[in-house]
Design a protein around this ligand. Sequence first.
Ligand code: ATP
Length: 248
Amino acid sequence: MINLEIPKNHPRYQSLKQRERLLEFYEKGVVTVSGLISHGRGEAFDYILGEKSTEFALNAEMAAFAKILESKNPVISVNGNVTALADDEIVSFAKKYNIKVEANIFYWSEDRINKIVDHFSNLGLNILGRKQDERIPGLVHDRGRCEREGIFTADTVLIPLEDGDRAEALKKMGKFIITIDLNPLSRTSIYGDISIVDDVSRAFRNFNSFNLNDAKKALDNFNNHSNLENIKKYIGERMNTMTVWPEI
Ligand code: ATP
């Protein structure tokens, strides 16, 4: 792997660090080639969003935070990209609030599941995923694998960077769906009950900074449809008003 020294004042520092991290986890066998491509789609949206959490993202994150804490059996689903980009933040969040995490991947292989579970275990968090003894109805073959103790019986599922079919299938199971996806137009964002349009590492970092009283107010007033509409409008306005680099 090429190890580039990236100066901290480089305008794309965070973005380049993320790419480096994804390549490192690709080489470890945690991230797939398809995951690298998915990241590109996310990056393009993040570029337009200004690579920071918008007020709409923060609003959805606060609502999601309150919803997770008020759920009886919430579960966070993690795949290869999420592991590479937000592992430390997820460990802090899950430990602080005692929330279950399940390794759940689109391109299933026992080896990759084991690598994700072991990675979290090395960071001090035991996660589910090794004993996927149930199926999400409507999904064929390995794509439907999940654990009874985890996603299968969860009331609320947080699905960062998820595929649209799986988001739809979980929704059909009657679960409350919280998505994290930089594309507000993706099917995943559309199926979300709370759709967070933000980078996955920023979203978890924000969760770790929230106060429950403020978050409860955000949840009471939250309207997912109008929040998503506002984000789309915001992207349109940004496209019309952004000038040339480096002013973005
Ligand atoms: P869908 O099936 O929901 O329409 P898709 O086919 O567009 O999704 P996938 O490749 O299945 O996309 O999933 C990747 C999604 O993850 C993309 O919508 C992309 O915007 C998003 N994404 C990629 N990187 C990040 C990131 N770092 N943070 C948040 N979202 C991201």
